[in-house]
Design a protein around this ligand. Sequence first.
Ligand code: IVH
Length: 673
Amino acid sequence: MPDRKTPGPEQARARISELHSLLNQYNYQYHALDEPLVPDAEYDRLFRELLDLERLYPELIIADSPSLRVGAGPLNTFSEVEHKVPMLSLANAFTDTDMQGFDRRVRERLEVDGVEFAAETKLDGLAISLLYEKGLLVRAATRGDGYKGEEVTANARTIKSIPHHLAGKDYPTTVEIRGEIIMERHAFDQMNKQQLQQGGKLFVNPRNAAAGSLRQLDPTITAQRPLSFIAYGIGYHSDELIYDRHTVIMEKIRSWGLPVSPDLTRVQGLSGCERFYQQIGKRRASLPYDIDGVVFKVDRMDYQRQLGFVSRAPRWAIAWKFPPEEETTRVVAIDVQVGRTGALTPVARLEPVFVGGVTVTNATLHNEDEIRRKDLRVGDTVIIRRAGDVIPEVVSVLMEKRPADSVPFIMPTFCPDCGSAVAKSEDEAVTRCTGGLFCPSQCIQAIWHFASRRAMDIEGLGDKLVEQLFRNGHVRNVADLYELTLEQLSGLERMADKSASNLLNALEQSKTTELHRFLYALGIREVGESTARTLSTHFGTLDRLMHASVEQLLDVPDVGPVVANNIHAFFAEAHNRDIIDRLQKNGVNWPQPDMNRPRPLDGKTFVLTGSLATLSRDEASDKLTALGARVSNSVSKKTDYVVVGDAPGSKAEKAEKLGVAILDEAALLKLLE
Ligand code: IVH
């Protein structure tokens, strides 16, 4: 007797068709519009339902079923396909002058005074061609040598942001969409973490991971890799394309359900290009994926046709490259530093190398496990990466260049500074010095942190000076700072009278501060700037925070059990309370909140993006918080307002998509009044 729940063929056919349209729609909303309609779990449930039905009735599997996203059977080799229109490359510009040359050549050939360019990011992945016939994805191919590539259709079908079906109706009968296969950074990190746990192979960077994942003979492996697709143009197309601008074509491509970079925009002439290059350069490190430059394309299609091609690149486009973020150099030593919380951090001393726009001589090695994993040794030649303002890192070791006599690194078992034993807890990769306040390094770091710009902002109190003051006994803790005398300071090495009195002035000035800065300055474990702000807003006064129970601390947004316990333990320590008391007696103060002050923005959530002309983001954030608002980092449906400044990020786009209210600077200032 058939299972009561098993549907008959007719019922299955109807349900399968229903599931197809649901899953296609959810996919489109999620990947093309970034506006998920249902939770992932719901999508997965429907997807599994479809798989089950298709397993039951294999004859009902059709060529464009969303189930093909799990990957078809493995191949022995990729077949070769010819591109109907060659996939060429781009000419590169590395300097201002190169760019000026490009702009001049374009204008001279067209005999015009200036042109509009489409400006986009240059995605660092691998090129792919997607052929759609009557709206159906029929072939995907890699670039190969530009004329012939490898067919990777089954693999491309597993990538969720590639629609199997184009949306809308106004697409050409045959159209080839071109774009880049990439792996977003967070997805890459997560995948590498997983590979590590499973003892799999680690990928060097997102681009290699994307390439390695797409070119898998077994598409079920590709299906498990977090790949994305972003379109940047059109190749072959059957009908005469009536769109006369590249930017308009890109809008069309977006309307057919394919992801297009949110940073695509139109700029005027060379100055517009330069501005775009600067703006994207500033945002490079915070983009979700790696880019290696920006691309400018003459926007008008008739101009593009007029300009044509030279050798293997179009005359109408150029890639303006950013300085590389990766370089090779040699490790000359591995030192161990002791941090504020006692963490022992191995640091690689490098032969100086120019990377990410600066000369790098040190790279953090994080911890012992990390060194062991990379098997890094003194004398090794390594790949260094410095992205944005992020601390330079060692990506990998070039084993073939390893000297024959190298020895593995061993973490010291005693603190290199105070000689206390080190301890490594099981759940942490970190090795810590157990010396606590007995360890000079930890004390010095704590004092230095207290004085740092975003904490008490004591100008002129750098790391060398703190170290000197500590080692000669003038300053053993942060409260001692405010008891320093001119005589003590003038007596220091390399300290002129002028600098001594400047430092005293800076100390005096730092006394007037804000509660959140003070809390951050105390250096409570895991209380960063953002938590310090939340605590300050939540409790209003230091006294209330100091007397809060763990339960009361857990009521604070974003404070979990670990942080709550850290805070509670910190204030329970008599030594810490003494220091706070002395600091206040020495004049450290901050404004007390007016408890009756109106909080007109209570319960409202704001997100800030882009730069404002009249105030910094921190200032805007402080002002909003003072009126009761919450300032968050990411846009969601729960966001009430997004404040959009100059050169905003993708948050502005997202706000628009979600229908969140958008304020410009003028509107914000008005609101703050
Ligand atoms: S347009 C004829 N636009 O860069 C113009 N390419 O160096 C062909 N790429 O193979 C490409 N981002 O893989 C274009 N916004 C973008 C791009 C882009 C990345 C890659 C693409 C191409 C290579 C050319």
